[in-house]
Design a protein around this ligand. Structure first.
Ligand code: PRP
Length: 177
């Protein structure tokens, strides 16, 4: 709060009403990516937060976590692990399903991508219910990694995610007004 960079980030996110269906106010981060200053602020804020926390892994959630995670990983000297939708990873995977509004989906991770006790942050563009991030956390924790924090550019105000994140900290930059 009070950081003008956050205002710039907020302003660069386009809100599209009724996408992908009626009643949803879609938070479109493609316009943030088009705004070099605001995009850089986004990466810088995460990098400043995580650079001295002995983080060796940044895990990003498909698809939009892939747009932010690698830049953060490179800047803090960590590796990047993509957490993917089912059937995309060629090696041996572990998978974790999570609830959607209708039905469920799964996230997968390569076995061996993370070592036991590695300190991890998980990145996505947006948290709503927290279901996706919880599945991501379960994948990493199942391999013995320590999830230090989950981080998102946008946190929806109806976030009941806190409960689902098993008490782990959630760091969000902006909340839609
Ligand atoms: C969106 C968003 C998060 C997730 C958040 O992804 O990018 O990953 O939903 O929702 P939750 O907190 O309620 O779990 P989406 O499911 O649209 O997938 P995509 O990024 O592959 O399009």
């Amino acid at each position: 709060k009070g950081d003008p960079r956050l205002e710039a980030i907020s302003a660069a996110i386009r809100v599209v009403p009724n996408f992908p269906k009626k009643g949803i106010m879609f938070q479109d981060i493609t316009t943030l990516l088009l705004d070099h200053k605001a995009f850089k602020h986004t990466i810088d804020i995460f990098v400043d937060r995580y650079k001295d926390m002995q983080i060796s892994v940044v895990a990003g959630v498909e698809a939009r976590g892939f747009l932010f995670g690698p830049s953060i990983a490179l800047a803090i000297g960590a590796k990047f692990i993509p957490l993917r939708k089912p059937g995309k990873l060629p090696g041996k995977v572990i998978s974790e399903s999570y609830e959607l509004e209708y039905g469920h989906d799964r996230l997968e991770m390569h076995v061996g991508a993370v070592e036991p006790r590695e300190r991890v942050i998980i990145i996505d563009d947006l948290v709503a219910t927290g279901g996706t991030l919880s599945a991501a956390m379960s994948l990493l924790e199942s391999q013995g990694a320590e999830v230090v924090e989950c981080a998102c550019v946008i946190g929806l105000p109806e976030v009941k995610g806190q409960h689902k994140l098993k008490g782990k900290p959630l760091y969000v930059l902006v909340e839609p007004s």
